[in-house]
Design a protein around this ligand. Structure first.
Ligand code: ZN
Length: 369
């Protein structure tokens, strides 16, 4: 089995991936959504027999609260048997390089403390260093997990981590959490408590897909998003591209290097977890041009940022027109959400794609080896 479940993570991401024998699969968890998402995750973990509550890996792609928020609460409320064999998360100590995310670094500091306390492996696959692209001329970082899953790191680059480091210092100082502050500890606990850790509808003739798809690309500049850990997950001949909230130009750099190494011009994958909940600033036509995928996964309920953006969805639909591509959303259709308009049968018919929507528990994609 190779399955990806997009859990209901509100405006965020939480991807539960299983691979291996169906009766006792290996598991990895990529992001934990917003704080309330922890309840769903912990609920699912508790349904596993205790001997299976041991995951190969937890990846926190970056420190925005819609990805890390649920992790803090999950750890606070974790079942006793829960263990992650490694955690991939780039925090302060990984940003010691040569050379608008609100409160992100504070969540990062809280999670850092929690991981230290638990004593779990952390970025162990990278000998404790940052999970990122290599310096020029060096090989992409790639790792084989027990059970045969291969993960290749496609983002972030050193430059994004450097920016993150500057941002991290700024926010952490403002919050009184810098390492030299004698009352740092109580400040951190206070911040954690504050986070609950202690305990356009298709009217008229429909959208002009080609026009929307061709709108000028305005890149995302949010430091935390740029620091996203993006991965290509491969198992038994199947593959999923996991883009977090990453910058398409950074990911594209990683993919181009991968393609050069493999002597290919396009990256064939079975699914793409679309970056940043379908923001138009994180899906470019340049990126879509190198991808061939029969399925695009969109994780968001549209709250706060009204994701997905029409422009991003139009780019995906246009780039894949005529190919029968599937758009898989992790939330049920609801009228006030931009994700719902893509189910219009006339649009699906014209551009030859399909849509599926999630249930209360999210949405699942099973890839047969
Ligand atoms: Zn996000």
């Amino acid at each position: 089995v190779f399955r990806i479940d997009m859990l209901p993570a509100q405006q965020g991401d939480s991807l539960w991936i299983e691979y291996g024998e169906a009766s006792a699969p290996h598991r990895i968890l990529i992001d934990c959504g917003t704080p309330p998402t922890a309840k769903t995750i912990v609920g699912r973990i508790e349904q596993l027999p205790p001997e299976q509550q041991r995951f190969e890996l937890l990846v926190i792609t970056h420190m925005d609260t819609d990805h890390i928020g649920g992790a803090l609460r999950m750890l606070a409320e974790r079942p006793p048997a829960l263990k992650f064999n490694d955690v991939w998360f780039n925090a302060w100590r990984h940003l010691q390089l040569k050379a608008d995310s609100t409160l992100g670094p504070i969540d990062g500091e809280i999670l850092s403390r929690a991981l230290d306390k638990l004593g779990w492996s952390w970025n162990a696959a990278f000998r404790g260093g940052a999970v990122c692209l290599p310096d020029d001329g060096e090989q992409l970082q790639s790792c084989h997990l027990p059970g045969g899953l291969r993960l290749t790191v496609l983002s972030p680059g050193r430059a994004q981590l450097q920016s993150l480091r500057r941002e991290w210092i700024k926010v952490v100082r403002q919050a009184g959490l810098d390492p030299d502050n004698p009352v740092r500890d109580s400040q951190l606990l206070k911040a954690a408590a504050g986070k609950g850790v202690s305990k356009s509808i298709l009217g008229g003739g429909g959208p002009d897909i080609q026009y929307l798809a061709g709108r000028p690309f305005v890149p995302d500049t949010a430091v935390a998003n740029g620091s996203t850990i993006a991965l290509l997950a491969e198992y038994a001949g199947r593959s999923i591209l996991l883009l977090g909230d990453g910058f398409p130009e950074v990911v594209l750099g990683g993919i181009r290097q991968l393609l050069r190494g493999r002597g290919a011009s396009k990256l064939h994958v079975d699914a793409v977890k679309v970056a940043h909940h379908g923001s138009q600033h994180n899906t470019s036509n340049d990126l879509l041009d190198v991808l061939i995928s029969s399925c695009y996964l969109i994780s968001t309920n549209g709250a706060i940022f009204s994701h997905p953006d029409d422009v991003a969805m139009a780019r995906i639909v246009w780039a894949n027109r005529g190919k029968g591509t599937r758009l898989l959303f992790n939330y049920p259709k609801h009228d006030t959400w931009s994700g719902a308009r893509w189910s219009d049968p006339r649009l699906q018919d014209t551009y030859h794609y399909q849509t599926s929507y999630g249930a209360d528990w999210g949405a699942s994609l099973v890839l047969e080896p």
